[in-house]
Design a protein around this ligand. Structure first.
Ligand SMILES: NC(=O)c1ccc[n+]([C@@H]2O[C@H](COP(=O)([O-])OP(=O)(O)OC[C@H]3O[C@@H](n4cnc5c(N)ncnc54)[C@H](O)[C@@H]3O)[C@@H](O)[C@H]2O)c1
Length: 451
């Protein structure tokens, strides 16, 4: 599904017309391209006074070779000013040292000049400490207030930029590199206004060019749309993929497997013997499980049939639970495994005509949160990725006016691409991303729905 307005607004003649008429002008977002190695293609400005900025210094020069500090002499880096510095591609502000209300103005003092020197598609990450980890109520309130700041900044940044807040817990510093490689690079193109918590994780990525090397990954609903993009991205990152979809999609699965080098499992995940077939097919076990297969059957509750209700609950919620439980019971999910459930912002905000779908998607968020503590004992993480409006066959079926509203009602003024969801899944799938569990990452361009 193509977004004709986005293409038009970014063409030479369209840009002029859109500007003359004062229409919104969404920018073509930069995305990660094959062969790229540096996460940040340009200048990275580091500021703030806490201990987290220092924790990133040992690897900061792997992110980019153009590092700057906001203050003279800070971190032994050259000082950046809006007048003399290069345009900024990325900013990291360590707010973990802020403990009093009067210190909050440091946010303004850092970002106000920096926002005068932003490059196209800039990335901002604010680092803090989880409020619930702090005993001092004022310090906890200050850290909590960062959420309001970062989300507002996400709405002000424009230029295809994004802003995230990462609360770093005890030991989480060791996994900052993986998180920043995702959030400061075009891999997070359609993620904004998100709040993530990072904690300790004993696993580490060994090779950043192939972070999933040696891992085997199952992707359900892999024949097309978001699932195919997830399979492609996991394979790009070095994983051996097992591609699952319904039997009628076998040809498409075979074609994808021929390209990615994976294996195929043509299986309806709601079949009565689906769990047994899956366990048998994964004789050597599995490291990464992505529950992506999903359907919509939209009707208002007044007109909702048994079939519409049950089919959505069965595919989107019951099957992921049954299959995960079967893999656990059969000992097929390896220690330090990674489970990612594809939810939806409908499951967070609710949506007219989608009570069944929203139930199922809120339910998978519930599964991630409920399972996480027990799985953590084996180093397994389980998270949900909640896409907003993504350009696929699923959203192409939405009536035009509702489709246009869904596409534009976010900070980026456009829909995301399957690749955007896939990059988030690939980050959660990394060995070091066990630092994040029971979390929900929205890939929605900071949609107004449920924000
Ligand atoms: N496209 C969006 O904007 C969007 C937004 C939020 C969430 N999502 C979620 O992302 C996931 C992928 O969506 P998409 O847009 O790529 O949809 P899609 O319809 O293009 O692909 C879904 C895939 O799941 C497979 N599938 C459905 N039922 C199955 C079953 N019983 N057994 C095995 N496979 C089955 C389908 O055959 C299909 O290949 C879904 O869970 C969807 O709910 C999508």
């Amino acid at each position: 599904m193509s977004d004709r307005y986005l293409a038009f607004a970014n063409s030479t003649s369209g840009r002029r017309l859109v500007s003359a008429l004062g229409l919104p002008a969404p920018l073509l977002l930069e995305r990660w391209m094959a062969g790229r190695s540096r996460p940040v293609d340009g200048a990275l400005l580091i500021g703030g006074e806490g201990s987290l900025a220092s924790a990133m210094l040992p690897f900061a020069n792997k992110l980019t070779d153009a590092l700057f500090a906001a203050r003279e002499g800070q971190f032994d880096l050259p000082r950046w000013t809006a007048e003399h510095g290069p345009k900024l591609k990325a900013l990291v502000f360590d707010a973990s040292g802020l403990t009093r209300f009067e210190q909050l103005i440091e946010l303004r003092d850092f970002f106000q000049p920096a926002f005068k020197g932003l490059d196209k598609c800039p990335r901002v990450v604010i680092l803090g400490r989880a409020p619930e980890s702090l005993k001092d109520p004022i310090a906890a309130s200050v850290q909590r207030s960062l959420e309001g700041f970062s989300r507002s900044l996400g709405k002000e940044i424009r230029r295809g930029g994004n802003v995230q807040l990462i609360y770093v817990g005890k030991g989480g510093e060791t996994q900052l590199e993986g998180a920043l490689r995702f959030f400061l690079s075009p891999k997070s193109a359609y993620v904004s206004g998100q709040v993530l918590r990072l904690n300790a994780c004993s696993e580490q990525v060994k090779d950043w060019t192939r972070p999933l090397a040696g891992k085997k990954a199952l992707v359900t609903g892999a024949s097309r749309g978001i699932g195919a993009a997830i399979a492609e991205t996991l394979a790009r990152d070095g994983a051996e993929v097992v591609l699952l979809d319904v039997p009628p999609a076998k040809d498409a699965l075979d074609a994808l497997a021929a390209r990615l080098g994976g294996s195929v499992l043509a299986l309806d995940i709601c079949a009565s013997d689906a769990a047994a077939q899956l366990v048998e097919a994964l004789a050597d076990g599995i490291d990464i499980v992505v529950h992506n297969a999903g359907i919509t059957r939209d009707k208002t509750l007044a007109k909702m049939s048994d079939d519409f209700w049950n089919s959505v609950i069965n595919v989107n919620l019951n099957a992921p639970q049954v299959l995960t439980q079967a893999l656990l019971d059969a000992g097929k999910l390896h220690d330090n495994g990674r489970v990612v459930l594809i939810a939806s912002i409908s499951g967070i905000a609710g949506n007219m005509g989608q009570t069944n779908y929203a139930v199922s998607k809120a339910g998978v968020i519930g599964l991630a949160q409920a399972w996480a503590p027990a799985l953590a004992k084996r180093g397994i993480s389980i998270n949900a990725v909640a896409p907003g409006f993504i350009e696929t066959q699923m959203t192409a079926a939405i009536p035009l006016t509702i489709r246009e509203a869904g596409r534009r009602m976010n900070s980026m003024g456009q829909g995301g691409l399957p690749q955007d969801v896939a990059e988030a899944v690939a980050w959660f799938a990394q060995p070091g991303s066990g630092a994040a569990t029971a979390q929900v990452l929205r890939v929605c361009g900071q949609s107004l729905l449920g924000a």
